[in-house]
Design a protein around this ligand. Structure first.
Ligand SMILES: [Zn+2]
Length: 374
């Protein structure tokens, strides 16, 4: 028989996202198996299970049968349900990527919307981002172990967004490293990010805690684990965006400075600085392939062109709207140009960007006296 994992897990006491924007926890009666959630203050207090109605008794009985069946089959229920299915893709000699979905965070994808990667050197492994949860980090580490027996010697967080660092606790703490601005960002915003990820991804996040890298990386070119690695300290998507170049293969891990096939996110963006960083990326020599933070990798510069086009249009649309005296609902009604139809999440990212970028644009327009009468 097929043991349908969600049913089994629901019966064993899962964490569910609440309707009030916070997660509610259904605690099992079995001692010692209380959910890990809530240890960081991420989640609201425990809630009692409602008294079952008669027809729920039948459902409960069915679930009990399924649990017994699952147990007899010896199938690890949680492993089957919360398996990200990470299969490293070898893209060059010793270089691997794990490509996430071009979607928003959800329980359906467990937060796996991000690209991570690793580089295998003669004496160790360099990890680039650790994913959205402890489970992801653990499964990524296991996936690395299927490829090589080399130990992880450096674990980089390219920036402080949660899908790039919440897998940190699976990796050796002494290997965690990031730019100083990223470390500051995780220290100040990590817990809030984590709470939101619990709300969006539910029990995929179980046991996830914020681990702040203590090792500050310096930009520059050096040999790491036997690989010729260059680190660029750029910014614009966030205050600190780390780009990792593997010179032997011409592979550029561009962090979230590049989105491909998906509209960029801008909650911490400094768009003029971001555009400068795109210029810097485009000036790089001998690049064989680009690994964007989100979306499929390429051998051409399409992600640079896509990201630049979106950011320039977004900036102009918001600035022109502010100067024309539009209010936010009017600006939100702006149609997405046809050339962006190929980008996933264009509508929703436009709305999100307007909400947090328009107030400053309005202020700038007012300060400049540039609001035109309508
Ligand atoms: Zn990001």
């Amino acid at each position: 028989m097929i043991c349908r994992a969600p049913t089994c897990d629901e019966a064993q006491g899962a964490t569910h996202a609440g309707t009030n924007g916070r997660a509610n926890v259904w605690r099992r009666s079995t001692p010692g198996r209380a959910t890990h959630a809530g240890t960081n203050g991420h989640l609201s207090g425990f809630r009692r299970l409602p008294r079952p109605s008669p027809h729920r008794h039948a459902a409960a009985l069915l679930l009990a049968v399924l649990i017994v069946a699952c147990t007899l089959l010896g199938r690890p229920v949680h492993a089957s349900q919360f398996d990200y299915g990470l299969e490293p893709r070898r893209i060059a000699e010793g270089v691997y990527v794990l490509i996430g979905a071009t979607e928003d965070f959800s329980f359906a994808n467990g937060g796996d919307i991000v690209n991570t990667g690793f580089i295998v050197g003669a004496t160790g492994v360099i990890v680039i981002d650790t994913g959205p949860s402890r489970r992801y980090g653990e499964q990524m580490l296991a996936a690395i172990a299927r490829v090589t027996e080399q130990p992880v010697v450096l674990t980089l967080n390219t920036h402080h967004h949660p899908d790039h660092f919440l897998g940190n606790q699976a990796f050796p703490p002494e290997t965690l490293a990031a730019l100083p601005g990223t470390i500051r960002g995780i220290e100040t915003e990590g817990e809030a990010f984590s709470a939101n990820m619990y709300r969006l991804n539910g029990d995929w996040m179980r046991g996830t805690e914020v681990f702040v890298p203590r090792q500050r990386v310096e930009p520059g070119r050096r040999t790491i684990a036997g690989r010729d690695i260059e680190l660029l300290a750029l910014g614009g998507h966030t205050d600190a965006d780390l780009v990792v170049i593997d010179h032997a293969t011409g592979t550029v891990f561009a962090s979230d400075l590049l989105f491909h096939g998906r509209a960029p996110t801008t909650p911490h963006a400094d768009i003029p600085r971001w555009l400068d960083s795109l210029d810097r990326l485009e000036s790089l020599k001998n690049v064989q392939r680009w690994v964007p933070g989100h979306g499929e990798l390429t051998e051409d510069t399409a992600p640079i062109a896509q990201t630049r086009a979106w950011l320039e249009w977004l900036t102009a649309t918001i600035r022109d709207g502010a100067e024309a005296g539009l209010d936010m609902p009017e600006l939100l009604a702006t149609p997405i140009p046809e050339r962006f139809f190929e980008l996933e999440l264009a509508e929703s990212e436009f709305r999100r960007s307007v909400v947090h970028l328009f107030p400053a644009a309005e202020q700038a327009a007012l300060a400049a006296g540039g609001v035109r009468s309508r």
